[in-house]
Structure formats: structure tokens, C-alpha cells
Unconditional design. Structure first.
Lengths: 415, 116
């Protein structure tokens, strides 16, 4: 027998991997998300106790589902109102009888329904992210709380509210209708991307950045497996892989932020780049590209350039143009201007930036001032550059940003 | 499940009586109501008269007060409702999205509380 701590770790890892699939199957048969999750949690507690002594059962997933169903029946019997409201469910669960716990069982995959339920527009965005991490990632409340820098109590309350809303408002456990699928899928992709960004920028908490990043990519892959014909999913996975490929090069030894221009390209993960670039190709050839595919294509061009200078800047400018037509966010036009500065020079780029600033009020938009400052400094207009850097610093919120911009400002004085 | 669809809009916005758009707009409501009836979803539905006709009643510490006007002076006001019988929230939301006022106002969809 493995020493208890090792056994528990092995069991926990196995359960965590299969959690989404097991939970989805339970929600589908029990029909109530909260009851399914609570019952599965009860079963896991029993598993942790028993398996350490007896070893893993032949079919651990089947074991967990069988025991969870019994726990669900126990819970229904303990609550008079719950049993009264779900007589058919009680009958069905009683009818299951005493099946052998680890008898082999065909477990259909209901994770797609589960993802769409967790990402339902009836829930506010933060709750969708939290519930997805809980239901499909199998993360504990503490882990999710730390990812958001929330207290576990606040996160527990949020999850409880979300589960209550699912039941009270009658959110169905099923795939959206064809006419709603595209919009609902966009919502799911957004949740996955939010999890990825949370992991890329998370600066504190016991859950490391890498865990959330890996979780987001894993969810993306699961989604792609379940909906193979939707190119935007491929685009999102590509974007996440390519962005993550640069993770080690993004900060220096002191923890300061390093720009793309200054990154040591030898620290980029070539395996992720190769896979990401392949997926970009897949996504772009599948039809008119969506925003994730376009962002991924831009990222791939950076990833494949041997140096900053030799990057295919004109192609990046064109891709930002295509992206801007899909997404009115000003940061896209600003990034396009920066790319233009390397494709054609800082002067035409500054003209584009001024045009963007004229089209809408960006006076409180830090990236605008930061980019202006950079272009002005490259045009040797140092006084104006300094002004823009100061404006950017005043608007910057993250300490790493302030630090980076201040260094740039100070560097202006150097002849 | 029964869902209340509460129709909110700014008074005076949307197609007004006497304009060309008003006829088709009202027809939209008639068509929607008929469709809900045909699909077995309609329990009730009515338009309310404008907030100028509203009176609000409050009793505190045994003292009753009547105030001329709606419960709150908000930009958007309650203009009508539908009470629909639907399978689940998605079905209720899909119905609410067909209520003509949705294009310039807002529809709140809330399930009824069922007492055991």
C-alpha cells in the first residue's frame, strides 16, 4: 500500500482529472446541479477514506457515480421539501438498488451541456468563471478564491448564489438551440479566455499562474473535442498557447516586465509555438477568421520571427486592420499604429494614433499615452515624449506598469 | 414554470400613436399575444396606463400615506407585463425577446415563487 499522503495525492489527482465528466453525468441524470455537486462531494469524501485502505477500485469513475447517486438519495430523504418536489427522482434513485460500486458503466460525456450551463448569460461574468472552474476544473473554493484574490467565504457565497440562481430561475441543463449556439459559444470562449488571462497575470494566491493557464488550455481542448467544427475554439487555443509560449521571457530576473522587443527569444517555448502556429493555420483555413484566430495569427508572426526587427510588420498591420473591423476596442488600433511604426516608421504611426484619439475620447486611456510617448521619443521629440509618459504614469494602475513607464521616462534624459 | 416578463421603457419613447410606425408596432403585440396563446404559454398579459395615472400607497407605524405617482422616479417605467408558462428559462427568454418593446426598452424575466 502506498503511504497515506501519496495515496491521497494520487486519488485527488485522479478525481480532479475526471471531475468534470463525472459531475456532468450526474447533473444530467439527477437534473439538479447543486444536488449533483453536493452528492459528488460526499462520494469523494468517502472515496478518500476508503480507497486509502482498499486501494483504487477497478472502475473509479463508476464507483464515484454509483456512490454519489446513493448520497443524492440520502440527501433527498433527509429533506422533506426536496423529496416532495422531486418524487420522480426519488423513485428512480431508489430503483437503482444496490449495484456493485465498481461495476463497469458506460459514462456518456455531458461536459458540453455542463460548460454551457456554467457560462449561461443568466449568471454574471465573474460567477460564470468561478462556476466553470469549479464544475469543469474541479478546483476547490479556496483555489478559486485565491485566483480572484477573494476570501474563500466570499467565493463560497458567490458559488452558492450562482447555483441557487440556476435552480430557481430554471436554467436548463441542455445545449443551446442552433440559433443561439454561436452567441452562447462566444460566451463560453470568453470565460475560458478570462481564466487564461487571470492565470497569466495573477500575482498572488496559492494557485499558481501556471495552474490556471493550464486549466484554460485544457478546457479549450475539451471544447474543441466536443465541437470540432467551430474554428474560433481552435483560434482561442492557438492564441493561448502562443501567448503562454512567451511566459518565461516576459519577466526578467528581478521580476520586471520585459517588452516583446527586448525579450530573449531563446526562452520562448518552441513546442507551444509549433502547436500554436499549426492551429492558427487550421483556424484561418476554416473560413472567415474570428477575433481569436486573428489575434493568434498576429502572435504566431511574432513567435516565428527570429528577431524583433525581422518580424513581418506589414502583415501584422493588415491583421490588426481585419481585427479592428470585428472589434471596436481602441487598443486594437493603437497596437496597429505601433506595428505601423515598425513597418513604415514612427511618423505615419503617430498620424494614425492621432486619428484614433480624435475619433473617441481616449484622454484617460493609458495605452494611448504610453504609445504616443514611445513614438515621440523615437522621433527625438523628447519633451513631448516626457509629457506623454507622465500622463501614462498618472493613469497606470499596476505597479509593474508604473515601474516600466518610469524607467522609460528616465531613459529619455540619457543622450 | 411560470415567468413574469416585466416590460420597462421610457415613456414617450418607441412608436407613438398617430405615427406610421404605430400600426405595425401594435400589430406586433397582437401577433405576439396570439402566438403565446397558440403555443399554450399565455397565462396573462396587459398594458398599463402611463405613470401619470399611478398612485403609490405606503403604511409605516400604522400611518397610511398615498402619493401621486409611481413607486420611484426612474427614467424607465413599467408599461406592461406578460405572465407565461414555459419549460425553462431559455424558453422564457426567447419569448421575452419577441416582445416588441425589447428593441427600445427592457424586459425583466423573473420566475414566480411557488409556495408549497
Amino acid at each position: 500500500m502506498l503511504p497515506p499522503a501519496r495515496a491521497e495525492a494520487q486519488i485527488t489527482r485522479l478525481i480532479r482529472e475526471d471531475w468534470g465528466r463525472i459531475l456532468a453525468s450526474l447533473v444530467s441524470s439527477i437534473g439538479d446541479y447543486a444536488l449533483a455537486e453536493d452528492s459528488l462531494q460526499d462520494a469523494v469524501v468517502e472515496a478518500l477514506g476508503r480507497w486509502s485502505d482498499t486501494g483504487l477500485p477497478r472502475n473509479p469513475d463508476a464507483w464515484l457515480i454509483t456512490v454519489a447517486r446513493r448520497k443524492a438519495l440520502d440527501r433527498l430523504r433527509r429533506s422533506e421539501t426536496a423529496a416532495r418536489k422531486a418524487p420522480d427522482l426519488v423513485l428512480w434513485l431508489e430503483g437503482l438498488g444496490d449495484a456493485a460500486e465498481d461495476a463497469p458503466m458506460l459514462i456518456p460525456d455531458h461536459r458540453l451541456e455542463l460548460i454551457f450551463t456554467c457560462c449561461h448569460p443568466a449568471l454574471e461574468e465573474k460567477s460564470r468563471v468561478a462556476l466553470t472552474l469549479r464544475a469543469l476544473g474541479g478546483l476547490t473554493t479556496e483555489e478559486i478564491a485565491s485566483a480572484f484574490v477573494d476570501t474563500p467565504a466570499a467565493m463560497a457565497a458567490r458559488l452558492t448564489r450562482a447555483k441557487k440562481k440556476l435552480r430557481a430561475a430554471g436554467v436548463p441543463f441542455k445545449l443551446p438551440e442552433m440559433e443561439d449556439l454561436h452567441a452562447r459559444l462566444d460566451g463560453v470562449l470568453k470565460v475560458i479566455y478570462l481564466i487564461f488571462n487571470e492565470g497569466s497575470h495573477a500575482s498572488s494566491g496559492t494557485l499558481s499562474r501556471a495552474d490556471l493557464v493550464a486549466e484554460a488550455i485544457r478546457l479549450g481542448r475539451i471544447l474543441k473535442g466536443l465541437l470540432p467544427d467551430h474554428a474560433e475554439i481552435t483560434g482561442l487555443i492557438a492564441l493561448m498557447l502562443l501567448t503562454d509560449s512567451r511566459r518565461l521571457a516576459r519577466t526578467d530576473a528581478g521580476g520586471s516586465f520585459v517588452t516583446l522587443e527586448d525579450q530573449n527569444r531563446a526562452r520562448w517555448d518552441r513546442a507551444k509555438i509549433a502547436e500554436g502556429a499549426g492551429l492558427v493555420e487550421q483556424a484561418l483555413t476554416a473560413g472567415p477568421p474570428g477575433p481569436y484566430a486573428l489575434q493568434a495569427a498576429i502572435s504566431a508572426l511574432h513567435a516565428q520571427a527570429p528577431t524583433f526587427a525581422s518580424t513581418d510588420w506589414p502583415q501584422i498591420v493588415a491583421l490588426y486592420g481585419a481585427l479592428a473591423r470585428l472589434d471596436p476596442n481602441p487598443i486594437i488600433r493603437i497596437n496597429q499604429a505601433v506595428a505601423l511604426s515598425y513597418a513604415e516608421g514612427p511618423a505615419p504611426a503617430l498620424a494614425l494614433l492621432d486619428a484614433v484619439a480624435e475619433a473617441q475620447d481616449l484622454s484617460r486611456y493609458q495605452p494611448l499615452h504610453a504609445s504616443r510617448a514611445d513614438l515621440l521619443s523615437r522621433l527625438a521629440r523628447h519633451d513631448e515624449a516626457a509629457q506623454s509618459y507622465r500622463a501614462a504614469i498618472a493613469l497606470a494602475r499596476a505597479p509593474e506598469q508604473v515601474d516600466f513607464l518610469t524607467r522609460r521616462l528616465n531613459a529619455l534624459d540619457t543622450p | 414554470m411560470q415567468y413574469m416578463c416585466l416590460i420597462y421603457s421610457q415613456e414617450g419613447s418607441g412608436p407613438q400613436p398617430g405615427t406610421d410606425e404605430f400600426g405595425p408596432f401594435m400589430q406586433g403585440y397582437t401577433d405576439f399575444t396570439q402566438r403565446m396563446k397558440d403555443e399554450g404559454k399565455l397565462i396573462a398579459g396587459d398594458a398599463l396606463q402611463p405613470v401619470a395615472t399611478a398612485t403609490t400607497v405606503v403604511t409605516r407605524n400604522g400611518k397610511s400615506e398615498m402619493v401621486d405617482g409611481p413607486f420611484a422616479e426612474t427614467k424607465e417605467q413599467l408599461g406592461g407585463y406578460y405572465l407565461l408558462e414555459c419549460q425553462n428559462l431559455d424558453e422564457a427568454l426567447a419569448c421575452a425577446a419577441q416582445i416588441p418593446t425589447v428593441t427600445y426598452g427592457r424586459i425583466e424575466v423573473r420566475p414566480l415563487l411557488v409556495w408549497d
